[in-house]
Structure formats: structure tokens, C-alpha cells
Design a protein around this ligand. Sequence first.
Ligand code: ADP
Ligand code: ASP
Ligand code: MG
Length: 415
Amino acid sequence: MALIVAKFGGTSVADIQRIENAAAKVVREVEAGNKVAVVVSAMSGVTNQLVDYCTQISPMHDVREYDVVVSSGEQITAGLMAMALQKKGITARSWLGWQIPILTNDVHGKARIEDIDTEELHKRLNAGEVAVVPGFQGVTKAGRISTLGRGGSDTSAVALAAALEADRCDIYTDVTGVFTADPRVVPDACKIPKISYEEMLELASLGSKVLQTRSVEMGAKSGVPIQVLSSFGEHIGSDLKGTLVTREESIVEQEVVSGIAHNLGEAKITVVGVKDVPGVAARLFEPLAKAAVNVDMIVQNISSNAGTTDMTFTVPRTDLQRAMKVLQEDTDFEEALDIRVNENVAKISVVGIGMKSHAGVANTMFKTLAAKGINIEVISTSEIKISVLIDEDYAELAVRALHDAYGLEEYCKIA
Ligand code: ADP
Ligand code: ASP
Ligand code: MG
């Protein structure tokens, strides 16, 4: 008997028929002798609608109330899923974030899970009951409802699996697993049978939205295996047809490049002609950090005027206005000659554990982009990834060309 957490994403619970199909998979897991906790997302489109309501009231709405509104989508699905299971003869009960409780910090809208009390859930699961938990939501120490950031139901599921010491966390979604690139962009992309937490963490944080980054962090920390699989078709999680995200040692064949991620919606800022003195980077980035601007890819250049430097960095386009306001109001930077912005950039990354021991991966990337006439604006690397910033208009072309260049369609033969 295994303990499994099964999470169903928005498209997998988009209407009553799909909720019933998802429930049927849970029933089959129970019939196979497994204990199952189910985590559900809001029905597809519901969270977007709820976010839109909040923005219509005021773009500057209170984040505590935002959480009250947007967490409600998952509550609906949890109740419906419990009903669908009951209809199929299963004893099932919904457990909202505050009832368990799933305790989070008080950073509303982007809260982090701090603790999950599993005592009651274990009792129920041991008694043969299915627990249905709405993803995305928790409760702060002050007793207010919190949410975990967009895509946060993945994190709810993996956190619950870790707390319950589950054997596996199955993430049912609208693709059959983690692919070598977003299958919506690269039609030839192939399913990766097994991937390490480390690579998945890079792919997720670099734009592959199939798993929320924090859910992968949580998997890596706890060691709970995560399986990404399709909610469509006949199979259930225990058939192991999806992609297993697991520890590096358990993957025999290490590919040099496992996948390509792309992130649209970035903006590049260059602060031209700041004094090249110790502490300049801290002075520039501290106020941005305080304003919760997410700064990425940072490059510092020596500019032609002696004693000054240019600083280039990227921010999510949604943070651009805030970043510009901070920079323009920062009197310390009055000496800067100019602040230049390029709003139309995308980050393309190749990721692979095998890169650690292989040279030439970067060169292949640069040559491939050059052959397509794509200019690279910024480069950043780590042991297992290379990211470049390019004009957003060429993002899809770049991803497809790189997918070819690294021969990633080879995965189709083993998947
Ligand atoms: P859910 O609603 O089930 O949480 P998401 O929309 O959040 O589903 O995530 C699934 C989507 O992630 C897929 O439809 C796919 O377009 C996208 N995606 C991006 N990169 C990848 C990748 N490398 N492999 C698989 N899917 C990816
Ligand atoms: N419903 C939330 C969202 O759309 C959480 C999730 O689905 O993971 O972001
Ligand atoms: Mg998702």
C-alpha cells in the first residue's frame, strides 16, 4: 500500500465531466489499495477571473482581501471533487487550508508554507477516507487566508506529500509529462522520462511553467518523488507513464542538455555612466530589492568614460514601472548619464546536468543563434544552464533552432 498525493490542475477540473474523470482516477488508485490525498486547483480560467475582479475594484487593492477572493476558486473545486468521489462510493471529505491547518508566513499573495499539521489527515487516510485539499491556499498565524502565488497548487501538493511522507506526488495536468521544451512552442518536443530536481528547478525558474518553482524546491528538500502526467487518457499515476522528477543518482543516462526553457515578458534596464566605486552595485540594487523588484541577469561593464561604469540587468516586465520609479527617485543615482530600457526581450535557457562535464555546449548555443541572425544581448551561466537574452520576436524561432541543434528529439525514442 502506498500513500499518494494526486494533484489536478485547472484544465483537469475545468468542468463537471473532467472533475468526474479525475475522481475516477482517484477511485482506481484507492481500489489498487493506495491511500490518497487529492489536491485541486480552481477550474480553468476561474483564478484569472477572480484576479481581474480585484483589479477592477482597484489596482492597489489590499493583498489580504485579494487572498480572500482568489483562494475561493479552489474551495469550489474541493467541494465538487469530494461530492464526485462520494457519488462513486468513496468516503471523501474536503479540508480547507485553515481547517488542516496549512500554516504560511504573512506575505499575502506570495506566501510560503511553514508547517502542515497532518495528524487528523493521517487518521482519516488510515481509516480509508480520501482527503480533498484545495491547492494554492493556506492560513497565516494571525488566522487570515493566504495564497501561494500563481501556479501555487503544485506547491500545496508537494508540501502536503512531504508532510504526509507520501511515496509519490502525482501532478496531473494537460501534457503527458515534462517535455524537452514547451510543446506549445516546439511541436517536436518530447517527453523526458526522468529528470533530476536540480534540472527541473532550473527549467521551472527559467520559464517552464509546468511546475511552480517552489514545488520543485520542496521536492528536492524532502526527496518526495514528483510525477508529472496527463489527466487525459486511461492511465493512473501508479502506471508511471509520466515524467518522474527525482534525485540525480537514480538517473542512469545523463544527457548533456535535457531541455530548453523560455521566458517571455522580460525587460532590460541599463543604467549608463554610474561611478565605478566600491559599493555601487549594492547602492543600485538595495532600493530595488526593498521595492520587491525581482532583478535577474546582471552585467557590469566598464564604460568608455574613465571612472564610470554601465550596469545592465533584467526585471520581469510587470515590475518595470516600479523599477523605473525607484531608479528615478533614487537621488544617489543622479550622476547616472542615462537609463535605457528595452521592453521587448525574452530569456532563452538550455539546461542539463551533463553540462557539468561537457565543453562546447555554450558554443553550440551561440553558433545556432548566430546562424539564425539572432543577436544575444546578455549571457549568464551556471554549472547546469546557459541563459541568453534576445529580442522577444525571435524567442520561438530560437527555441526551435536550439531544440534541433541539441538533438532533443532523441528523447522521443526513449519516452
Ligand atoms: P495546470 O493547470 O495543470 O497547473 P499549467 O498550465 O500550469 O497546468 O502547466 C502545464 C503547461 O505547461 C503545459 O500546457 C505547457 O504548455 C506548459 N509547459 C511549459 N514548458 C513545458 C515543458 N518543458 N514541458 C511540459 N509543459 C510545459
Ligand atoms: N488557481 C491558481 C492559479 O491559477 C493556482 C494553481 O492553479 O496552481 O494560479
Ligand atoms: Mg500550473
